[in-house]
Design a protein around this ligand. Structure first.
Ligand SMILES: Nc1ncnc2c1ncn2[C@@H]1O[C@H](COP(=O)(O)OP(=O)(O)OP(=O)(O)O)[C@@H](O)[C@H]1O
Ligand SMILES: O=P(O)(O)O[C@H]1[C@H](O)[C@@H](O)[C@H](OP(=O)(O)O)[C@@H](OP(=O)(O)O)[C@H]1O
Ligand SMILES: [Mg+2]
Ligand SMILES: [Mg+2]
Length: 372
């Protein structure tokens, strides 16, 4: 669709400095400009209400103050799109409510023998609960992953531990979620969603745990952001070349399933910009588990993200009114219209020095890297 002559759109972005540095690449600015879209930084030191005018505001900022600013801005500028609503984003800040929504997607029809779900998990709120907890009685068995209950973007919220046995439980600092560790062949699928666009990439994950070795393993092992460990500064295409895993043998989950989950989540959560992590349960061949959902993830790691995001901005800016965008989440029931790409790897990392890429690094209690 051609833009009307002379009409330009302003997209204000409010992002933490690290996110801004990775997302606001010159390539994105230029591609958006060609489509008459100007990306404008929102100054977080000044009241939002004094900035603009914007046609669309995108944001990933935490806290009550920012929510208040958005509410005031929205009240004064009811026709400006805010993507996404802070209330809708909030659900992803708690690892229980985050995955609960997956369980509510009961309408998805799967091909023969293909199923999806979430790992068994329980929330532990109090340190005293941990010590005499009967895991088995609560439907869990070792090993489990302990994840901070709160997923608020802080470094702390990404600090996890793989707990092999009862000894490992004593070190936990509730509130945490204890989630069954599911062997999945060391590969994770990251499914990026941008409106109705869906893209799946493969990354390295934690290696499988052999049940026979459980007795001999020390209590627990700490780790953080495993799937981002090979992340390098973006330069040209090198970001995703380094990170995407081209092991030549792991097939991605059926794309129809991923697109259906993506559009189900989009509607159920009322969000346009997120990704979700999927593993294949090694115990049951065609069972896929959603283990994490992230708001406004690292899109710059997604091939051609500049075009994908620019097309998305263009689409939402050209809906005739704001209501239509909000309703789009509920009314767009035809998933066959989703733009998705069946195969994940646009690039091969065969030409990349794979020395580091072949290792999974975890950190011990004192943050020393260990190789597993
Ligand atoms: N239930 C599970 N079974 C097996 N491995 C898991 C499980 N949950 C998490 N993992 C592993 O731990 C890693 C981190 O878990 P998770 O994605 O929940 O953390 P996160 O810090 O929120 O990640 P992100 O950086 O994607 O936000 C995953 O990428 C995967 O390698
Ligand atoms: O720190 P928080 O607010 O939790 O957000 C992170 C997400 O949790 C991660 O999922 C993002 O990495 P991926 O895009 O590889 O999933 C990660 O991407 P980034 O490190 O490239 O910004 C972050 O968006
Ligand atoms: Mg994750
Ligand atoms: Mg996460």
């Amino acid at each position: 669709m051609e833009e009307p002559m002379g009409r330009r759109f302003a997209v204000g972005y409010a992002l933490a400095s690290k996110k801004q540095a990775s997302f606001i690449q010159i390539s994105l600015i230029n591609i958006a400009k060609e489509k008459s879209i100007d990306l404008i930084k929102i100054d977080l030191e000044k009241p939002l209400i004094e900035q603009g005018p914007f046609n669309l505001v995108i944001h990933k900022i935490y806290g009550a103050q920012w929510r208040q600013q958005l509410a005031e801005y929205s009240a004064k500028n009811p026709n400006v799109l805010i993507i996404d609503s802070p209330d809708a984003i909030e659900r992803l800040h708690n690892r229980i409510s985050m995955l609960q929504v997956v369980m509510e997607l009961s309408v998805i029809e799967c091909e023969d023998a293909v199923s999806f779900g979430i790992p068994k998990q329980i929330a532990v709120y109090d340190a005293s609960e941990v010590l005499d907890m009967n895991l088995e009685g609560r439907g869990l068995k070792f090993p489990v992953i302990a994840k901070p209950l709160v997923a608020d973007g802080s470094a702390k919220s990404h600090k996890m531990s793989l707990v092999y046995n009862r000894d490992g439980l004593s070190k936990l600092k509730p509130p945490v979620v204890l989630q069954e560790f599911v062997n999945h062949g060391g590969v994770i699928f990251k499914v990026y969603v941008v409106g109705d666009y869906v893209k799946c990439v493969k990354r390295k994950s934690l290696p499988d745990v052999n049940e026979e070795n459980l007795g001999s393993l020390k209590g627990s092992l700490s780790f953080s952001q495993v799937s981002n460990l090979n992340c390098v500064e973006r330069s040209g295409d090198s970001y995703y070349k380094m990170m995407d895993l081209d092991d030549g043998k792991t097939e991605i989950p059926p794309m129809k399933l991923l697109v259906d989950i993506a559009s189900g989540l989009r509607r159920a959560m009322g969000l346009h910009l997120f990704n979700f992590d999927v593993i294949r349960d090694d115990r049951i061949g065609n069972r896929y588990l959603v283990i994490d959902i992230n708001y406004f993830p690292g899109y710059a790691k997604m091939p051609s993200y500049e075009h994908v995001l620019t097309d998305f901005f263009w689409d939402v800016l050209n809906h005739t009114n704001k209501k239509e965008i909000d309703l789009d989440l509920d009314l767009d029931s035809d998933t066959s219209g989703c733009k998705n790409e069946g195969s994940m790897l646009v690039s091969s990392n065969a030409d990349v020095d794979d020395g580091a890429a072949n290792r999974i690094l975890v950190v011990d209690e004192k943050e020393n890297p260990i190789q597993v």
